[in-house]
Design a protein around this ligand. Structure first.
Ligand code: BEZ
Length: 326
């Protein structure tokens, strides 16, 4: 497997836009929506410690988990003004600004988390998308992490795709998943992570799009009759730096952030690879829970319909070719 270096190309492009500054000290803010025990938060914290050590304490990073700086749209806005410096952010939010990123949500692109991690580490298409960020969003993309590929956790039993029709399904709001759900005939219901358990418990939604790890750790399985192991979409994350912050950093500090954040993003990907091995067997042991493993055929021609919408707007064919060659 040929490994692409983190941010090599994206950073080069960004340097073109933002000439390096001087090496002044900075206390940086890093915003995340994930809670403290989540792997994104832990790796962000570890990155903060690494950067402090590498710069002899000149640069410090304060990590704000659990949406303390706002939701992702708000964090991105603050990064554009320079009020927030760094983030680990879902590609969902990024794709709302740069639709080309929706290629990463091509349904049934990968078979499992291990393949998703491999694709995100090696894909030139994914790397090329990061290069669009400085000009289109005013941030510099360092590299990819992810939450696990998406499954469906349903409070009502599911035997076929027809059982999803008309059902309210919790989604993270972004166009690629909205379109897939609309094609399936579900009622996609946007909802942030902290609201999901109660909404599934009180019947506000019938099912949720979720990854395996949180299905176990946040006990969504307790509320489910069926967990559909479909691996239907990747759910990537990006590590980003405010363009304004980047502009003021020296070339050495940029290199340190690129290397140290890149290492932590890789850790996120590597740990997600473990998910099937750890959590799928645990789920299968839960009494009274149906774990239904399906592939693309479960959804009939819905994937083709989705591709008709998105192939003209995003590099779907290019990323499919890379995934097929893994
Ligand atoms: C979600 O919205 O489902 C989610 C967001 C961040 C990490 C994991 C899951």
């Amino acid at each position: 497997m040929k490994r692409l270096l983190h941010a090599t190309v994206a950073t080069a492009a960004a340097i073109g836009l933002f000439a390096a500054g001087s090496a002044g000290a900075k206390e940086m803010k890093m915003g995340l929506i994930t809670p403290p025990p989540h792997i994104w938060t832990k790796e962000a914290q570890a990155f903060a410690e690494d950067l402090k050590a590498a710069t002899g304490g000149r640069h410090t990073v304060v990590v704000y988990p659990s949406r303390q700086l706002g939701n992702e749209a708000e964090v991105l806005q603050q990064m554009q003004s320079g009020a927030v410096d760094l983030a680990f952010m879902t590609v969902a939010e990024i794709s709302n600004r740069v639709p080309e990123f929706s290629a990463l949500f091509t349904p049934f692109l990968v078979d499992d988390n291990a393949e998703a991690a491999k694709l995100l580490k090696t894909s030139k298409t994914a790397r090329g998308l990061l290069e669009m960020l400085p000009a289109k969003v005013g941030v510099v993309g360092i590299g990819y992490g992810m939450a696990g590929v998406r499954q469906i956790v349903s409070a009502t039993p599911i035997a076929s795709a027809a059982d999803l029709k008309g059902r309210k399904i919790r989604v993270t709001p972004f166009a690629a998943t909205r379109d897939f759900n609309t094609i399936l005939g579900t009622a996609p219901t946007p909802m942030p992570l902290p609201d999901v358990y109660d909404a599934l418990a009180n019947g506000q939604v019938d099912a949720i799009e979720m990854d395996l790890e949180l299905t176990i750790k946040l006990k969504y399985w307790e509320l489910a009759k069926t967990v559909l192991i479909s691996n239907q979409m990747m759910f990537p994350m990006v590590g980003i730096v405010s363009g304004r912050t980047w502009r003021d950093l020296s070339a050495e500090d940029r290199a340190a952030i690129t290397e140290l954040m890149g290492k932590r993003l890789d850790n996120v990907l590597d740990q997600t690879e473990e998910v099937e091995r750890t959590f799928l067997p645990m789920l299968k042991e839960k009494e009274g829970l149906q774990v239904l493993e399906v592939d693309q055929s479960f959804y009939g021609d819905s994937v083709t319909e989705w591709e008709k919408i998105w192939t003209p707007k995003a590099p779907v064919e290019a990323i499919r070719a890379e995934a097929a060659a893994l």
